[in-house]
Every structure is written in structure tokens, then in C-alpha cells.
Design a protein around this ligand. Structure first.
Ligand SMILES: Cc1cc2nc3c(=O)[nH]c(=O)nc-3n(C[C@H](O)[C@H](O)[C@H](O)COP(=O)(O)OP(=O)(O)OC[C@H]3O[C@@H](n4cnc5c(N)ncnc54)[C@H](O)[C@@H]3O)c2cc1C
Length: 281
């Protein structure tokens, strides 16, 4: 009898703490800033694991009230190759093609190709950018690299005096969500593939931080093709948890401008902390 009472009491308390938990969750959502999210997704197969991660992100972030937009690069037939076709008006120099100069000119004159402008507009509106792609040859698929080349144009994503701390996309947030063909161990700092942060440095630092973004730690699903159904389900559950706890996700460390000397090297005495740079004194 006493045991039954105790268990009813426990049920009552657990139901109460359950509803309290739901209330706290709802309040968190209410008070969390509603973001405009852009997911740039680069995989040719909709039923791929990357496709599932993208679909999951749309579902979870939308359910949190965020406004989510996807650029599905294969679906829109994105042309990754930059060239004279990127510039629809008169060129700054019709005789010799300098992509950076023509990008600046086209941004100033509103003559950048319409498909680039459409992507730039999405980026301008976004508070949070997710890059969803598989690691191919230690980098993003060419279609995504070509999106960087054409969309992150000079005069739009960077300019004289506008890089890193003073980057054009200051106060915006970005995150890489990616998959690999090999294990986390191979991507350990002493692993055969080398640290994944080193592999992703061109994107984290060379693209996102260069353009001013704050960058969250990447979400990496290691070798989804080789870990079985249960392993894949756990990876998706883990990605869902990440998406639900973005506010608690650490940001990658990048040295601030004052850590560098006039030669743009870390000043003597500044301990390299980015995870990729190292001191040479
Ligand atoms: C050109 C090229 C270069 C590469 N270079 C590298 C490299 O440098 N480094 C490296 O580590 N790897 C490399 N790889 C491997 C590549 O990174 C992996 O194959 C890729 O990351 C796996 O992701 P995916 O989305 O393609 O997986 P998929 O093969 O599409 O999916 C894996 C499995 O997940 C299943 N799945 C999909 N959705 C779900 C779901 N919702 N629930 C449960 N299961 C699901 C699929 O059916 C499939 O069985 C390379 C591959 C290519 C093609």
C-alpha cells in the first residue's frame, strides 16, 4: 500500500516536472531570437545522409519559429564556374578579365549576374548560415566551392579594410554541417587525415571569418555510410540536439586584430589559440 502511494506520488511529481520541462522549453523558444536561416546544401542525391541532415535542420529550426530558406545547389543547377558571364553590364576592363576587379565594378553598378544576386540577397537577409556538404577531397564539393567564388564577391563579401573583425557580415553566425568517409580518429590532430579543424580552416577562416561571421563549432557526422542504421539514427539525434542547443554551442576562436602586428603575424608573446595557427618563436 505504502509502496503504491509512493509510486503514485512519484508519477504525479514526474508528470509535474514533465510539464514544467515543457513549459521551460516553450518559454526558451519564445524568448530565443527568431532567426532568418539560410542552409546552403550541396549534395546531388536527395536521399543522401546530407539530404537527411538538411531536411532535419529545416524541420527542427522551423519548429522553433525560425524562418528557414534552402539553397539546394544541385536542384537549382548552380553553375560553379566563374567567368565573364558573371558580369552583365559593361566591364571595368573589357580587354583583360580580373575577376576581383569586375566583381567590385559589378557590385557598384548593380550588374552582377542575376543568379549571383539572388544568392547574395538570401545571404544578406540571413542571420545564420548553415553550409551542409560532404567532405570531398578534403574540401567542399566543387559546386559549393563555386558558390563561394561567385557569391562571396569582392564589393559584397569583402572590400578594402573590410575583413575579419571588420568583415561585411559582422554579427552574423555560421556553421558547417558535414559528413566524412572516415572515422573521427583519422581526423584527430595526430590521425592520418589530420585535424578536421585544419581541413575546414579554409572555410572557417578563409571564407566565413574573413567575411566577418562568428563561426560555431562544426557538426560532423563521421562515415555515415559505414556505421549501420543505429549509428546513423544516433548521428541524426545528435544533430537534432545540436540544432536545439545552438545558443550553448561554442564558437570557434579566432584571434582579434589587436593580436597581430603590422606584418599581420601574431605579435611576439601572443599564444596561438585558433587550433590551426602555431607560434614559431
Ligand atoms: C569525390 C569524393 C571525394 C571524397 N573525398 C573524401 C575525403 O577527402 N575525406 C573523406 O573523409 N571522405 C571523402 N569522401 C567520402 C564522403 O565524404 C562520404 O561518402 C560522404 O561524406 C557520406 O555522406 P553522404 O551524404 O554522401 O552519405 P550517403 O552515402 O548518401 O548515405 C550514407 C547512408 O545513410 C543512409 N541514410 C540517408 N538518410 C538517412 C536517414 N534519414 N536515416 C538513416 N539512414 C539514412 C543512406 O541510405 C546511406 O546508406 C569522398 C567521396 C567522394 C564521392
Amino acid at each position: 500500500m505504502a509502496l503504491a502511494l509512493r509510486s503514485r506520488e512519484a508519477e504525479r511529481l514526474s508528470a509535474r516536472s514533465g510539464s514544467l520541462f515543457l513549459l521551460v522549453k516553450a518559454l526558451n523558444r519564445f524568448f530565443a531570437a527568431i532567426m532568418k536561416v539560410l542552409i546552403v546544401y550541396a549534395h546531388p542525391e536527395p536521399s543522401s545522409f546530407n539530404g537527411s541532415m538538411k531536411d532535419l535542420a529545416v524541420k527542427v529550426l522551423t519548429s522553433q519559429g525560425h524562418d528557414v530558406q534552402v539553397s539546394d545547389l544541385y536542384a537549382i543547377g548552380w553553375n560553379p564556374v566563374t567567368g565573364p558571364h558573371d558580369f552583365t553590364g559593361g566591364r571595368s576592363d573589357p580587354d583583360r578579365l580580373s575577376i576581383a576587379r569586375e566583381q567590385t565594378h559589378a557590385m557598384e553598378h548593380g550588374t552582377i549576374a542575376p543568379e549571383i544576386k539572388a544568392e547574395q540577397d538570401k545571404l544578406l537577409q540571413a542571420d545564420f548560415l548553415i553550409l551542409q556538404f560532404p567532405i570531398w577531397w578534403f574540401g567542399p564539393p566543387a559546386i559549393l566551392k563555386g558558390w563561394f567564388d561567385r557569391v562571396f564577391a569582392r564589393g559584397f563579401a569583402y572590400h578594402t579594410g573590410r575583413k575579419y573583425d571588420t568583415g561585411m557580415f559582422k554579427n552574423k553566425l555560421a556553421m558547417v554541417a558535414t559528413t566524412t568517409g572516415t572515422s573521427a580518429q583519422t581526423y584527430a590532430p595526430d590521425g592520418i587525415d589530420g585535424s578536421l579543424l585544419t581541413v575546414l580552416w579554409p572555410i572557417h577562416n578563409g571564407l566565413l571569418r574573413y567575411a566577418g561571421f562568428d563561426v560555431l563549432a562544426p557538426f560532423v557526422a563521421h562515415m555515415p555510410g559505414k556505421i549501420g542504421e543505429a549509428g546513423r539514427a544516433e548521428q541524426l539525434a545528435s544533430y537534432e540536439r545540436r540544432l536545439e542547443t545552438l545558443g550553448d554551442t561554442p564558437r570557434l576562436y579566432f584571434h582579434p586584430a589587436e593580436d597581430y602586428g603590422a606584418d599581420e603575424r601574431l605579435k611576439p608573446g601572443v599564444l596561438a589559440r585558433s587550433g590551426v595557427q602555431r607560434n614559431v618563436w
